[in-house]
Design a protein around this ligand. Sequence first.
Ligand code: PRP
Length: 216
Amino acid sequence: MVKKNMDKTVVFALAKGRLAEKSAEILCRCGIDCANILEPTRKLILTDKSGAYEFIFVKPSDVPVYVERGVADVGVVGKDTLLESGADVYELADLKFGACKLALAGYAGFDVTEARNGLKVATKYGNFARSYFESRGLNADIIPLHGSIELGPIVGLSDIILDIVESGKTLRENGLSVLEEICDCSARLIVNKVSLKTKSAVLIPLVTKIKEAVSE
Ligand code: PRP
């Protein structure tokens, strides 16, 4: 059966992993009975008890895709992932959890602006990195990786990395340092642009409640 997000149910796209638990906590504080989303299951779609909300579980990097395309009305996603996606969605609230920084890192003392023959940058954030270095007028060779980014400078694959830093432990344990901080990142509430109009009666109060729950 083909499923279309047309009815009054509000569909959430939630990331599996790091952000799932905190997302559920905030939604529970907003009166949404969604404790079931934390139970171990392989189900990809769950609903709350009232049936007013549906939750679809996707890879973190796919959350902006589902929301931009309108399959989900609302999503919770890290700012880093949102920047990388370039998705055309409304970012309506900083949910304050999942705090980290996007940063350039490498061996201490490496001067990013001194790399005359082009700067080799390993990263999971290729789209963001390209526009970031272009905006700084720096010629960067972006090397796409999907994990263990810190290996880049250590094995000589890259001069530096562009990555998220949370506790700093991975950098420290591998003898690397933050060279430059780019921006603060945390979980964000994103909303589909059409849904905000067509489901405004439900979504606007919901966004208000979520913002209140964050600031409590
Ligand atoms: C992320 C990121 C860093 C690390 C930073 O990797 O890419 O490697 O976390 O966290 P820290 O500052 O607390 O050490 P992730 O754990 O997602 O694993 P990955 O290497 O598979 O991408």
